[in-house]
Structures are given as structure tokens and as C-alpha cells.
Design a protein around this ligand. Structure first.
Ligand code: NDP
Ligand code: OXD
Length: 308
């Protein structure tokens, strides 16, 4: 019985050492050293190397190295293979930090003060109490819930949007396509933590921006495919939106010369909001392999019809 690992080599080495101790009966193979493909029951990947999955006749589970699975072409994955995304506390904790950092920076005008400093301007801006700042989280899963927990102590007026109805203490919850309209209309800072699916592709676009209150800001740490970059630049230039903080961009790395690099009201970080942690991801995958071998439900199983 073997696990084939096909992503960053340093993490592969860390996993191999960890698994050798915790589950010696599992042979961890680091691509391209596949050995006998018939031994491989588990595959761990960020993206699928072309032509690989077809050569693994006994594959049971495909583990994503990240929380999202859109980067894996699931049409290549045989129906009998279970796809599992990463559910791991360090990932959620890192996302909570990123959201707290960016929301507070927007709320307290940090970027405006940085601009003023560059211009040598000493000018206090009006301070809005947190309770009057409406922060909306799109996506109320592992990432969204951790972000809400991090924001609660500041006293923001919190709301959230999901596909199915949710009830969360202290959070005004919206759901579904109809709920999106009302959610957007009452959100000053919108944080995107959605998975990328056919239903969410391009969601950060003109229709949404037009529903948001004038001067609203967005933070996107979901996926680049959520964003219509031209609509964003148009909304920023028209003053409809005040700022955008983007951890994910339609093309990654963001190409040289892309207008997002130099737009004065856009901040770009290079897809680092929550990086997969070597030890934490290894522990999570190991725990899921144990569950699978015991016939128990694994954590993070992807509903392939929903795409997340
Ligand atoms: P989950 O699957 O736990 O949560 C997804 C949430 O999105 C759920 O609340 C779900 O609704 C909601 N959702 C899905 N589709 C829709 C829709 N069509 N309309 C409204 N709501 C929808 O995912 P995670 O929280 O673990 O991760 C979310 C995403 O964050 C990942 O897919 C990945 O793209 C991104 N990510 C980015 C990272 C980075 O470093 N930038 C790091 C980690 C993750 P419901 O509750 O009804 O199911
Ligand atoms: C993820 C990511 O999906 O790092 O985990 O983006």
C-alpha cells in the first residue's frame, strides 16, 4: 500500500519522515519515483501531473494539498476515486490572521495614511466605530468561520453569505443568489473566501460592485477566477469601490505589466493568505488515511457535483 506525493519536494520529505514513524506500513513515494503503480492507493497533489492518474489502477483517494480543489482537473479523476480537500487548523488560523490584518487596515485607513505619508500630508481622517463598519464574509466554511471568529472581538457589524442557509451567533446570514443582493447592499468591506466553482466564477464583477455601498472595499483570498479584473479597475476608477486587497489574481503569478500591479488603490499579495503547513497537512492526511482504512468518513470529502 503506497501514497504517491507529487507537490513541493520539501513537504514531501517532511511527510515521508512523519509517515515512516506514524504509519510504517504505508510506503510514501515521491514523484517521479512511482515504483509499481498498482501499489498506489492514495495520491496527494496540488495539480495533477498530465497522464499520471490514468496509470494508477488501484487509486482510492486523491488528496488536495490545499483547501481548494479547483486547481485539480476533476474531469480526469475516475468517479470511484474520492477527492478530499485539506481541512487543517493551521490553514484556517493563517487565513484568520490575513483577514484580520486586511480588514483592520481598511477599517483604520492604513493604506490612506501610507499614501498621505508618501505625500508628506499630516491629516487625520474621520474614525468610524467598528460597530458601524459592516464586514461581510462570502463563504462560511472553514476559512470563513475562522475569519469571523477573528473579527468578532473588534465589534464589527458582521454578516456572511453561503450557498445553503446558516445560523451563526452574532452574524447576519444570507444565502443563495437572492441573498447575495441583500448581502452586497449592506457590506462596507467584503471578504471573499468562496471556493471557485462554475457558480462562483466571476462573482466579484460589475453586478456585485454596483450593489455595494459607494466607497466599499473588497478583500479577495478565495481564487483569482472569482474576480473580473476589468470590472474592478472600472469600479475603483469610478470611485464606486475605494480599495481592493487581492491575495489571488486571475493569472498567477500576476504577469508583469498587469494593471493590478500599479493601480494606486489595489494591494496585491502573492497567494500567501494561508500557506499549506508541512506538519499540519501531513497530520491531516494521515488522520484521513487512518479513517479511510477503518471505513470511517474522511474530513473534507468533496461533493463533486457541487465542485467543493
Ligand atoms: P469550505 O468548503 O469549508 O466552505 C465553502 C463555503 O463557500 C461554504 O460556506 C459554502 O456554502 C460557500 N459556497 C460555495 N459555493 C457557494 C455559492 N455558489 N454561493 C454561496 N456560497 C457558496 O471551504 P474553505 O472555507 O475551506 O475554503 C474556501 C476557499 O478558500 C478554498 O476553496 C480556496 O479557494 C480558498 N483558500 C485560499 C487560500 C489562500 O491562501 N488564498 C488558502 C486556503 C483556502 P455552504 O456553507 O452552503 O456549503
Ligand atoms: C488552498 C490555497 O486552497 O493555498 O489551500 O489556496
Amino acid at each position: 500500500m503506497a501514497l504517491l506525493y507529487t507537490a513541493a519536494p520539501a513537504r514531501g520529505a517532511a511527510w515521508a519522515a512523519m509517515f515512516a514513524e506514524a504509519m510504517p506500513e504505508l510506503d510514501v513515494r515521491l514523484a517521479p519515483d512511482i515504483g509499481d503503480p498498482a501499489d498506489i492507493r492514495y495520491l496527494a497533489a496540488w495539480t495533477l501531473p498530465p497522464g499520471l492518474i490514468e496509470t494508477l489502477p488501484n487509486l482510492d483517494v486523491l488528496f488536495s494539498i490545499g483547501a481548494g480543489v479547483d486547481q485539480l482537473d476533476l474531469s480526469l479523476v475516475p468517479r470511484q476515486v474520492t477527492v478530499v480537500r485539506l481541512v487543517e487548523p493551521n490553514l484556517a488560523a493563517a487565513m484568520a490572521e490575513y483577514v484580520a490584518m486586511t480588514v483592520l487596515a481598511l477599517h483604520r485607513d492604513l493604506y490612506a495614511y501610507a499614501e498621505q505619508q508618501r505625500a508628506g500630508v499630516w491629516q487625520p481622517l474621520p474614525q468610524v466605530p467598528a460597530g458601524e463598519r459592516r464586514v461581510g464574509i462570502a463563504g462560511l466554511g472553514q476559512m470563513g468561520s475562522a475569519a469571523l471568529d477573528a473579527l468578532k472581538p473588534f465589534g464589527f457589524a458582521l454578516s456572511g453569505w453561503s450557498r445553503s442557509p446558516r445560523t451563526l451567533p452574532g452574524v447576519t446570514c444570507f444565502h443563495g443568489d437572492d441573498g447575495l443582493r441583500d448581502f452586497a447592499a449592506q457590506t462596507d468591506i467584503l471578504v471573499n473566501l468562496l471556493p471557485l466553482t462554475p457558480a462562483t466564477r466571476g462573482i466579484l464583477g460589475r453586478a456585485l460592485f454596483e450593489r455595494m455601498p459607494p466607497g466599499a472595499a473588497i478583500v479577495s483570498a478565495g481564487r483569482g477566477g472569482h474576480l473580473d479584473a476589468a470590472a474592478l479597475v472600472e469600479a475603483l476608477d469610478a470611485g464606486r469601490l475605494s480599495r481592493a486587497i487581492l491575495d489571488v489574481t486571475p493569472v498567477e503569478p500576476l504577469p508583469a505589466g498587469d494593471p493590478l500591479w500599479h493601480h494606486p488603490r489595489v494591494v496585491v499579495t502573492p497567494h500567501v493568505a494561508a500557506a499549506t503547513d508541512n506538519a499540519g497537512s501531513g497530520k491531516a492526511v494521515l488522520a484521513n488515511i487512518r479513517r479511510h482504512r477503518a471505513g470511517a468518513a474522511m474530513q473534507g470529502v468533496v461533493a463533486r457535483d457541487r465542485g467543493y
